[in-house]
Design a protein around this ligand. Structure first.
Ligand SMILES: [Zn+2]
Ligand SMILES: [Zn+2]
Length: 143
């Protein structure tokens, strides 16, 4: 943890180490500040919401995490360093699925090039209803 913090140019503090450790160990990715705060405190790590918020901002600036903003939700953070990916989001249950498709990436590159832009990065969020939710919706309306 300490090496990771140092490499990213951040001062090593106990709280930063704890938070980073939590992020690398937790199963769920795409966490809000609130999720992280609750998760830490559930593990017996008393850390204030403001502290978590501040540290996550530092982590983001240092490139350790990526901050993402999806519709109808507060910002979520995920560790950087994962392969580039896009997101599918269920508008009903909030399920978040990561995917990547080289063909989409290629099309985006071509489209950008056509408009005289070299892509630095992009993020693609696709909103819909997962099959489970769709089934539930249909059974409700089709009685
Ligand atoms: Zn759903
Ligand atoms: Zn993701």
């Amino acid at each position: 943890m300490q090496a990771v913090l140092k490499d990213s140019g951040l001062k090593v503090t106990t709280q930063r180490c704890k938070l980073l450790k939590f992020l690398t160990q937790v199963d769920k990715q795409h966490l809000t500040v609130e999720n992280i705060y609750k998760g830490l405190n559930a593990q017996g790590e008393a850390m204030g919401l403001n502290t978590v918020y501040r540290i996550m901002t530092h982590f983001e600036q240092a490139g350790l995490v990526i901050r993402r903003l999806f519709e109808s939700e507060s910002a979520v953070y995920e560790l950087s360093g994962k392969p580039r990916h896009d997101h599918l989001i269920c508008l009903t249950c909030g399920k978040l699925i990561e995917f990547s498709d080289p063909l989409i990436d290629l099309r985006l590159w071509l489209a950008a090039e056509r408009h005289g832009v070299v892509i630095d990065h992009h993020s693609l969020n696709i909103y819909g209803h997962c099959f489970d939710c769709k089934k539930k919706l249909e059974s409700k309306s089709g009685q």
